[in-house]
Design a binder for this molecule. Structure first.
Ligand SMILES: Cc1cc2nc3c(=O)[nH]c(=O)nc-3n(C[C@H](O)[C@H](O)[C@H](O)COP(=O)(O)O)c2cc1C
Length: 396
């Protein structure tokens, strides 16, 4: 933990006293800790305790030194933020985007990993509202350090005790390690569908939304990589902190990809590129008629094969969206296009497209097979990068 910069947010729950012990351990292990307390946290524990433990100012209000804009400064200076304990109230406010005090405003502005350690009465924790708030925050990239079961302040037994200090420290360490794991690396991600026009207003497209590639680009940037995202036509917003270039057709993607793929450490090709496009594009909108319209299709360029052949990337990973015989097809594709690894993703019955959940299996050149399981796309993005990092290191 030596040299770590941690922002600890304490909200108003009975476990607030445990945040003092956590602060002391972090400081003893060499971390620099800034502490923020909500107004209700101050009812449970005094700012003085944290000021003495950290030998630093403790922040309790947006309005104390507004000229220093503490809600932005503190989340910029920290590597990781942890909310311990996180009350049901603070969790609900975060989910809704309410920013009516220093803690919630700072957390809304955070681009660093944010860990939430809920602690509350079991009934509050298990209520549908809190469960749904936590599930939503998880899909948005917050890491939840699950509470434990045991004796609660209300003299009841149940789930809702703040995670042990050991688990909180481990979660902080993991978040820090992840944050630096791609530091200085150049990562290129392609994402989204293509749209191949056949007249000025009509296109042949596909069901991809770009969510997978967007999650991967965001996660790579969070780990310190310098990321370029090539994004097809989608209504989803590109992530912050990622240079994004837009394309519509396979041809445009090919041109961008070849231009951008110099001195790249890792390329992840998650775009769903059309295999065929209309052979002719009518200059005029085709008139509606009762007759069947026949459109001739020709092959589009093979973007992934071209990228691989161009050799500008140290490690190239493709995606295989398959509906049958998934792994055999994916292995064949990996070999044919000379990829380092391929992610197999089952798209039977439309699964995988647009949905927040998906399931991946990673196959690599050496023959290894890693099942990354089913999860939200953001979680899977983290697991995929965890699995690719050793592969990348092996190629240095
Ligand atoms: C004695 C007492 C203990 C409380 N403990 C908790 C708790 O453990 N978890 C929780 O979510 N709320 C708890 N609350 C309720 C919160 O203090 C309340 O929702 C408050 O508005 C939280 O404010 P904050 O989220 O801005 O810190 C407790 C309230 C009291 C009076």
């Amino acid at each position: 933990m030596n040299g770590a910069r941690v922002l600890l947010v304490v909200s108003g729950g009975i476990a607030a006293y445990k945040a003092a012990a956590l602060t002391s351990t972090l400081v003893q292990r060499g971390a620099t800790v800034d502490v923020m307390l909500t107004a209700d946290a101050e009812r449970f524990i005094a700012p003085l305790t944290f000021a003495a433990l950290t030998a630093r100012p403790v922040y309790t209000s947006l309005w104390d030194a507004p000229e220093r804009i503490p809600h932005i400064r503190l989340v910029r200076e920290a590597e990781v933020a942890i909310v311990a304990p996180a009350t049901a109230n603070l969790i609900a406010k975060l989910r809704a985007g309410i920013a009516d005090d220093l803690a919630t405003t700072a957390l809304l502005a955070a681009r660093i990993p944010v860990l939430l350690a809920p602690a509350m009465n079991a009934a509050m924790y298990e209520s549908e509202t809190t469960a749904e708030n936590i599930a939503t925050l998880r899909t948005r990239g917050y890491e939840i350090v699950e509470p434990e079961s045991g004796f609660l302040a209300e003299r009841e037994h149940g789930v809702g005790r703040l995670a042990s200090e050991e688990r909180l420290l481990e979660a902080i360490e993991r978040a820090r390690a992840r944050r630096r794991s791609l530091l200085g690396m150049r990562v290129l991600v392609t994402a989204g569908p293509t749209q191949e026009p056949f007249d000025p207003v009509r296109v042949i497209g596909n069901a991809s939304t770009g969510a997978t590639g967007i999650a991967l680009a965001e996660e790579a940037a969070r780990r310190g990589a310098n990321v370029t995202l090539l994004l097809g036509p989608t209504l989803l917003a590109p992530p912050n902190g990622v240079r994004t270039e837009r394309f519509a057709t396979a041809e445009e993607l090919l041109a961008l990809a070849l231009r951008e793929s110099r001195d790249i450490d890792l390329t992840i090709a998650a775009a769903a590129v059309a295999d065929w496009r209309p052979s002719e594009i009518s200059a005029e909108k085709r008139k509606k008629s009762d007759e069947t319209l026949h459109v001739d299709l020709e092959r589009t360029p093979d973007v992934l094969a071209a990228l691989s052949a161009a050799g500008g990337s140290r490690c190239i990973v493709g995606f295989a969206a398959e509906t049958s015989d998934h792994e055999a097809h994916a292995r064949e594709k990996m070999k044919r296009k000379a990829l380092d690894a391929i992610v197999v993703n089952d798209v039977r019955d439309g699964a995988g497209f647009g949905l927040q959940e998906n399931g991946y299996v990673l196959l690599d050149r050496s023959g290894a097979r890693t099942d990354l399981g089913h999860a939200e796309k953001r979680t899977l993005a983290g697991r995929l990068l965890d699995a690719l990092e050793p592969l990348l290191k092996g190629k240095t």
